[in-house]
Design a protein around this ligand. Sequence first.
Ligand code: TYM
Length: 332
Amino acid sequence: MTIEADPTITRPRIFSGIQPSGAPHIGNDLGAIRNYVKLQHEYEAIYCIVDYHALTSLHDPERLRRQTLEMAAALLALGLDPERCTLFVQSHRPEHTELAWLLMTVTPVSWLERTPTYKEKKASQPDDVNHGLLTYPVLQAADIVMYKASLVPVGKDQAAHLELSREIVRAFNARYGDTFPEPLAVHTESPIVLGTDGIRKMSKSIGNTIDIFAPEDVLRKQIMSMVTDTQRILRTDPGRPEVCNVCQLHRPYSADFERIWEGERTARTGCVDTKKLLLARILEHYAEPRARYAELMDDPDGVDRILADGAERIRPMAQATMTEVREKMGLR
Ligand code: TYM
C-alpha cells in the first residue's frame, strides 16, 4: 500500500465512494475495495455507494435501485464489516448535495471543464451532457470533506478528482478559514487494472470487465476472451509476462505467479493454459464472497437495514459539518 504523502494526523478518518454500477469487477476490488477492507481495521472508515453520482449517466430507476443493492451486498460479501466501518448510500444523507452546492460557489467553472472524466463523458454520451457531469467532482469533494476525511482509498483513475478535491478544499479554507483537511489518496499494489482488452482500464462502461460475482460460465467467457501478449503468435513462441495482462493478473491471485511467468517465458505453457489457471485461481479466491453474496441477495431487507443504520450513524457528523459551514459562510 502506498500513501501519496505522509499524513501528519494519526489515526485519520478514511472515506471512499463507489458507484452503484452493479456488483463490482476485479478492477474495483484490486484497485480499491481490498484497501477498504484492510483499512477498516486500522482507521475510522466510512464508505458510500454514490447513487447521486450515478444519476449523471444512469436514468433507469429500477436499474439504479437494483444495482445499489447489488453493490451493497457485494461490498459486505467482500469483507466490509458493519461493526468496524460505516457503509451507507449517498442519497440517504441529503447533506451531501447541500454541501456540494456550497462548494460550487468556490469552484471556478474552468477547473471543472478541464477535468478528464468530464471530457470523456462528453464524448461517450454526447446526447446527455447534463449539468451533473460537470459538477460531478464537486459532489465528490463534498462526500469526502463532509466527514473531514484525510485519506481516501481509490484507484489511480481517481487522481484528477482527488486533486480537484484538494484544490476545492484550499479555495474554501482560503476564503472562509481553516475548515477541511486536504484529502490524500491511498493506493493498493494494483492501482490501475487493465481490462480484458489488455489496453484500457477495466471498466463497466467499456465492457472489458471480469465480474467477481458473475455466474461461472460468464466469468469463463470473460477470462478466455482476454487479449494476451500480441507478439506471441505460435504456441512455441516465448511469452512476455511483463506485457501480458493475463500474466499480470496472476500476480494478485497466484502466490506462485513467478513459476507461471517462467512457464510462459519458456513456452512450456500456452496462453490458454494460463487463462484456465487464472479462472481457477479467481474462482478459488472469491469462493466465499460469492457464496456470501448469494445469501445477502436473498435477504435484501437485511442489507437495507445495514445501509439505513450506516446513514443514521453518521448523521451527527454530517449535521455538525453543515452547521459549521453554514455559519462560516454567513448563512443565518
Ligand atoms: P468508481 O465507482 O468508478 O470506482 C470505484 C473504485 O474502484 C476503482 N477502480 C479501479 N481501480 C483500478 N483499476 C481499475 N480498472 C478500476 N476501476 C475502478 C476506482 O478508482 C474507485 O476507487 N468518482 C468515484 C466515486 C466517488 C468517490 C467519492 C471516490 C464518489 N465520491 C469520494 C472517493 C471519494 C467513481 O466513480 O469510482
